[in-house]
Structure formats: structure tokens, C-alpha cells
Design a protein around this ligand. Structure first.
Ligand SMILES: [Zn+2]
Ligand SMILES: [Zn+2]
Length: 353
């Protein structure tokens, strides 16, 4: 990634121009940086937060000066958008990964008159300016630390939403979370909010295990310790198995282990990106006899306009301290920030602009 000067057209129709103050770096940005097919060069970034500078003529809810968190984009008109499940928008690809506006393949970004690919997740927020839409911008109070709020728009709502929306974890029940990056750690905090009785974090990184215990995990297991059988440990600390499991790793052998430790009628949520072509080996009769459910989850089944304000309320109450996951970097150090999450030293880097 390199920092360069480009030009921006004014926002049109339902678009808004946002002066970005902070953007989280999400694993998905790095997957696209590393060759997942999008037109290049492109402005990535999809966890932006900033101040509205101007609005298009059809915008009615937002005005210049508003503080906003940007989330993923969606059409607003398909059956899933109408049901309040915009992450499963029938046109999600066009609206988030095509590198351009879905209607006419244009973008608001250019250099020397040549169009620059953008509109990534309807924002392309690795930039001092982002052109987003009223639909994927969530207004927040002005007294909040705006530069830290961007990750609520993707990684944090994914983990928290998996627990509070998708699995709807019940008080007193048991949950295991495999992997405690941003998504897994947000799931741990949300499980505490849901008053789960047993919250097990499975994580090889010692510092992350310690933080998971501080943020709500009742137990933390190191899966790389060579003297343990992971499934046996999970059954031991949960008293026989767990009602819910969340995988954030995308690793097939971990997912198979997650299925194995579920109690009858248990639910598994899949949140991790697996390697291309990865497959699962599952005993189907075993699944049926135990009534196991498996759900692949995008963006925590969140409707960001409703769920992000809920997470901010929990944060204000002191019950969702997501800022503990964040380390900030100057914008010019965006490559160092990306490296810090890839080598595991930082959970959620945020570049401050
Ligand atoms: Zn839609
Ligand atoms: Zn993301």
C-alpha cells in the first residue's frame, strides 16, 4: 500500500463525503491486498469513521458536521435487505467488492482524469476522504472517541453479532470461541453481556489468552500445548460439552473439533475465512443424531443502523470495552500497522488520519 494524492468528485444522489479520522485494518483488507480478485490499483479500507463534510441532494438523515461510523454496503431493496439482513444482500458483491458504483461502474476518485478503483464496502476508507452512502453511515454522538469507532463497522460487529444475533446465546449456557483476534475477542465480550455461564477461549497467543480472561472468558486454553487433548480439555472445563461454538480460524481441523465438543442440539457459527478450496470431513449421521446446527455468519447478522448504536450503549455502560483491542498508528505507517496484525502483536490496528 502506498499513500498518494488523488482527486474526489462531490457526492451525488444518496452519497456523503466524509473526512476520515480513523480506519481499522481488517483481515479482509489484507486478503484483497494479497490478490483476492478486485480491479487494481484500488483504495481499500472498510472500517472508517469520520465527520460528514457534504451530502448529495437525496440525503435526508445526515448533514455536514455529523459524526459517522461507516459499515458495509447493501442495496436496500432485495428480500434480505428488506428483512433486516443486509449482509446477505443479493447484490453484496456489486455493492462491496466490484471496485466501483454498482449502477454505472464509476467512482468519485480519479487522478489526472483517470478513474481510480474504489467503493470498497461502499467507503474505501484508507483515505483522508471517503465517499460513502447515507445507507451505510451510522450517526454517532459527538462526545465519543470517533477515531476508535471504525472497527464497530466490521470486525467488532461480526464477533458480537454472532453471539447476540446469530446464536442468540442464552444466560447460563456454555460457549467456546476458537481464536481471539478482533472477531473472537468481541464474541467473548458479547458472551459476557449475554451472561453465558462458561466462556472458553482457545488461543495459542499467551497475551491474548490473558486479555480474553480479563474481558469475560471464564477459561482460556492453549491449543498448542503438547500435553493436552483439546476436546478433552473443553469437555472438562464445560462439564461435558458446550451449547455453542464459534470458529474464527477457518481451519477445517479446528472446525471439526468444534463440532465434536458440542452438546446435543448445539450450534456452531463459522466466522473465519478458509483457504480457497478447503472442505470439511463430517460424520453426517453423528450430526443428525445429535441435532447439530452449523451457520456461516457474515457481519454478525447485523443491521448496522440498529446494532452499532447498541454496541456503543454497551461500551458507555462499561460492558463492552472494545477499545482494549485497539492500537493506533499514523496513516503514513499503514504498512507497519498491517504487519502488526499479521504477526500477532496487535489485535486491531487503527490508522489515524
Ligand atoms: Zn439487498
Ligand atoms: Zn472486515
Amino acid at each position: 500500500m502506498s499513500v498518494e494524492h488523488i482527486d474526489f468528485d462531490p457526492p451525488r444522489a444518496d452519497e456523503i463525503r466524509v473526512r476520515i479520522v480513523g480506519t481499522g485494518i481488517c483481515h479482509t483488507d489484507l486478503v484483497f491486498r494479497d490478490g483476492f480478485p478486485v480491479p487494481l490499483p484500488i483504495v481499500l479500507g472498510h472500517e472508517g469513521a469520520g465527520v460528514v463534510e457534504s451530502v448529495g441532494p437525496e440525503v435526508t438523515r445526515l448533514e455536514p458536521g455529523d459524526h459517522v461510523v461507516l459499515s458495509f454496503n447493501s442495496c436496500g431493496a432485495c428480500p434480505n435487505c428488506e428483512r433486516g439482513l443486509p449482509s446477505y444482500c443479493f447484490k453484496a458483491g456489486h455493492y462491496n467488492y466490484s471496485g466501483a458504483r454498482p449502477d454505472d461502474n464509476s467512482t468519485a476518485l480519479s487522478r489526472n482524469g483517470t478513474l481510480i478503483n474504489a467503493n470498497f464496502f461502499g467507503q474505501s476508507s484508507f483515505a483522508s476522504i471517503a465517499i460513502a452512502r447515507e445507507r451505510n453511515a451510522i450517526r454517532v454522538d459527538r462526545d465519543l472517541p470517533l477515531e476508535l469507532l471504525g472497527p464497530l463497522g466490521c470486525g467488532i460487529q461480526t464477533g458480537a453479532g454472532a453471539v447476540l444475533n446469530s446464536l442468540d446465546v442464552r444466560a447460563g449456557t456454555s460457549l467456546v470461541v476458537f481464536g481471539t483476534g478482533t472477531v473472537g475477542m468481541s464474541a467473548v465480550m458479547a458472551a459476557k453481556v449475554a451472561q453465558a455461564g462458561t466462556i472458553i477461549a482457545v488461543e495459542p497467543n499467551a497475551a491474548r489468552r490473558a486479555l480474553a480472561l480479563e474481558l469475560g472468558a471464564t477459561d482460556a486454553i492453549d491449543p498448542s500445548a503438547d500435553d493436552i487433548c483439546l476436546a478433552t480439555m473443553i469437555r472438562q472445563v464445560s462439564g461435558g460439552g458446550v451449547a455453542y461454538a464459534l470458529d474464527t480460524t477457518g481451519i477445517p481441523s479446528v472446525i471439526e473439533e468444534a463440532i465434536d465438543v458440542l452438546l446435543p442440539n448445539g450450534m456452531l457459527g463459522l466466522l473465519g475465512m478458509s483457504p480457497t478450496g478447503a472442505t470439511l470431513s463430517v460424520n453426517l449421521m453423528g450430526l443428525l443424531m445429535r441435532g447439530i446446527g452449523i451457520k456461516a455468519i457474515l457481519e454478525g447478522d447485523s443491521d448496522p443502523q440498529r446494532f452499532i448504536p447498541r454496541l456503543i450503549d454497551l461500551y458507555r455502560e462499561g460492558n463492552f470495552p472494545f477499545d482494549r483491542l485497539i492500537k493506533t498508528f499514523p496513516f503514513e505507517q499503514i504498512n507497519e500497522a498491517a504487519a502488526a496484525t499479521e504477526n500477532g502483536s496487535v489485535i486491531k490496528p487503527v490508522v489515524v488520519i
